[in-house]
Design a protein around this ligand. Sequence first.
Ligand code: SF4
Length: 209
Amino acid sequence: MKIYSIFKSLQGEGLTIGAPTTFIRTSGCPLRCTYCDTQQAFDKGDQMTIEEVMGKIEKLKCAHVCLTGGEPLAQKDSPKLIKKLLEKGYQVVLETNGAMPLDDLPCVENLTISMDIKCPSSGEADKMLFENIELLGPTDQLKFIISNDEDYEYAKEIIEKHSPKCEVILTPVGGKVLRALAERVLKEGLNVRVLPQLHKFIWGDEDNR
Ligand code: SF4
């Protein structure tokens, strides 16, 4: 697998927010979102075997592991790595961009799929595979990154149309529009969670490993 970095930090997003977590950041992504803060991982990285990745994970001693990118499912060996991690008893979150099929993933407890739906401000909304939403269950999460009112309206429309069975999270880009987003969700009674990106509050852009 081509890996950009493996590091320990607090989970900054989603339902395990705040938990000490080992992050495996894979290289490469087929999308080019306007607000991407991990462009450094598009091309750079080192080839590692699954055994080498597992060895590094073990040394960092976290119960939580997050496979992120880039786009992890752009690498053919990601499902194998997820299976290994689950066999070793880790709580695994797979972060995926909504443009990749989810068919090859191990369907087991302890794997949380955290799937994005890219909104219009990303410039990549037309690449989403909406049929993936059907495959998400109660332990998974569907995440919308919100930059403006158009994104909010778009997210609302998708939620109403697809009625996801998983948790739905709205996160403002880099902490912007957080208050406006929170107030709109409360006013309109949307059944979602509004979560900031915790790592941006704590470390700003310093934690972009
Ligand atoms: S999917 Fe993620 S890694 Fe890929 S371009 Fe968009 S924000 Fe960046």
